[in-house]
Design a protein around this ligand. Sequence first.
Ligand code: CMC
Length: 392
Amino acid sequence: NGYFTYDPGFVSTASCSSRITFIDGAKGVLLYRGYPIDQLANKANYLQVCYLLLKGELPNKTQYKEFEYKVIHHTLIHEQITSLFNAFRRDSHPMAIMCGIAGALSAFYHDNLDIYDPEHRERTAIRLIAKIPTLAAMAYKYSIGHPFVYPRNDLSYAGNFLYMMFSTPCEPYKVNPVIERALDKIFILHADHEQNASTSSVRLAGSSGANPYACIAAGIASLWGPAHGGANEACLRMLEQIGTVDRIPEFIARAKDRNDPFRLSGFGHRVYKTYDPRAVVMRQTCHEVLNELKIKDHPILDVATELEKIALSDEYFIERHLYPNVDFYSGIILNAIGIPTSMFTVIFALARTIGWISHWNEMQEMPESRIGRPRQIYIGKPLRNVKVLGNR
Ligand code: CMC
């Protein structure tokens, strides 16, 4: 009606200003607080990146030790939370559990929380990045009927997560440093991506002053879909469904067919119109992990490699700038290290929690922040009068 800018899907609308992450989609550039993603993946670890995203600078040794100590000492969850798991169906998808349990944290941290106090906000961020891996591993253990494994303070962030996922009372998991480092890189590459759907959901929920743990639950819900974080799970299921290289043309043809809703998972991005810089690092890491595990003939990798080759030389994909994205290779790595497919998006959520809470924190500091309230173009019925029931 001329009053508002109509921008479905927010293709050209900036919802906020932010100092956290910069993306140049045409050039394939991704910077966290000014640092290129590949340098961070190769020269820092995930907890250093968490510090960077939250506080704006990389920590020095003393700052890092202090931060790590605080995170390690918040990994336990309130014992009452463990009983909440029992309310979920035995075969619940772990993302369904994560939506509920993350939201439930708000009940444990609400009354004394002052979101306008920077110290309270930092404690909230630390609690979240410390507890989400514990909850994620518990969601998995619950889904397979195993007892929960409690966190260990002597392990790294990624090492501890692997330990909680794969240990049993009969046998503690021995952390392999190559796998530990690969998982840490996956966490770094997924840590933030400016105003994507889930981060925007967290910001919108948080703009009303809502409890931050509940806002994170909104982010987890938004991430779950196959067009967003759910793509890593969908991608692996698709590669398994394709199965063999000779079936690729059939799936490429389906992806190009406008009457078929099927899309190649792990391809395309709203912002990147060239190779996703995270996929470049992920591809390299994928080969490192497969070498370490001495996996030479991996049918899924064969299909992935061939699919990438065919798609990158196909006019349809070239014209639309559809390149492999971060999720194309992350699923292969996670599969190789024994993470069940249903946990892929949970791992994305775990890693993205720092991005979500850093944006929530920044939003509270920005003087221009106000409640988010998009408008609409009304296309429904014009004004009309109600007739009583018997006259309709
Ligand atoms: N396979 C086949 N065709 C595609 C694909 C794909 N994966 N992605 C986009 N297209 C086509 C689409 O049909 C459209 O064609 P046309 O112009 O003929 O109508 C054109 O490319 C533009 O697509 P769009 O839907 O307007 O693009 P978008 O910016 O709204 O969507 C996307 C971006 C990522 C949702 C989409 O590319 C997609 O669905 N990809 C598969 C899911 C996926 O891998 N998502 C993970 C994204 S990266 C992780 C994250 O940060 O969430």
